[in-house]
Design a protein around this ligand. Structure first.
Ligand code: ZN
Length: 216
């Protein structure tokens, strides 16, 4: 069943540093764009801090420790009252700056076809996992597909609509192998998303063999 928000269990895993680097980047970026979710996670961070005192040697070596360290370094560079959007990459949420030093304008997109472009982030992932920026041109869509694992789609710019509703900047769409959907970008501008997939997508329809090949 699709969700619009991260659940408490995921936020707790993030706050305690037990989430991998790839999903942690999605959570951190979502929190930078959605202040209400950030308030909620502070409670978990207080709890996580208490846990870390006991678990620190293990927690700091975890992949999530790596992304948190990068984010903290980025935050240290910013003024204490800086807006979530860092100056280094105009329009880029602070957690992404370490991964995209030239901002969204400097992204070397790979055209996938059908108005879709992709940029796979240089981030260590488990086998089958992928973290990528996805650009859907205005009015275009990702072909109908389902998933071999969970898929998190965080909107950075523009908006898209699918069978589960409409998602704008800061919204996160969580889909599972039970969901089949066809996300379509709004007609007034390109939609740029940060996506995390546990496994390749599974496309349906007449062009499915081609898209399934490209998605591997
Ligand atoms: Zn999907």
């Amino acid at each position: 069943m699709a969700q619009h928000h991260l659940n408490d269990e995921t936020l707790l895993d993030y706050a305690t540093g037990s989430l991998g680097e790839a999903p942690s980047l999605l959570v951190a970026t979502h929190l930078a764009l959605a202040p209400e979710a950030a308030r909620e996670v502070r409670h978990y961070e207080a709890l996580g801090g208490a846990l870390l005192e006991r678990l620190e040697p293990v927690a700091m070596e975890s992949p999530a420790g790596a992304v948190l360290a990068r984010i903290e370094a980025a935050n240290d560079d910013a003024a204490p009252d800086a807006a979530p959007m860092a100056a280094a990459g105009a329009g880029l949420p602070a957690p992404l700056c370490a991964y995209l030093p030239d901002g969204l304008d400097g992204v070397r997109w790979r055209k996938v076809g059908g108005g879709i472009s992709e940029y796979v982030l240089p981030i260590e992932v488990a086998r089958g996992e992928k973290v990528a920026l996805l650009r859907i041109e205005a009015g275009r869509g990702v072909p109908m597909h389902t998933h071999h694992g969970d898929e998190w789609t965080l909107v950075l710019q523009g908006a898209f609509e699918d069978e589960n509703g409409r998602f704008g900047p800061g919204d996160i769409a969580i889909t599972t192998p039970d969901d089949t959907h066809h996300p379509v970008a709004d007609t007034d501008g390109d939609c740029i998303c940060l996506t995390y997939t546990e496994a390749p997508l599974r496309f349906k329809g007449p062009l499915a063999p081609l898209f399934n090949f490209l998605a591997r």
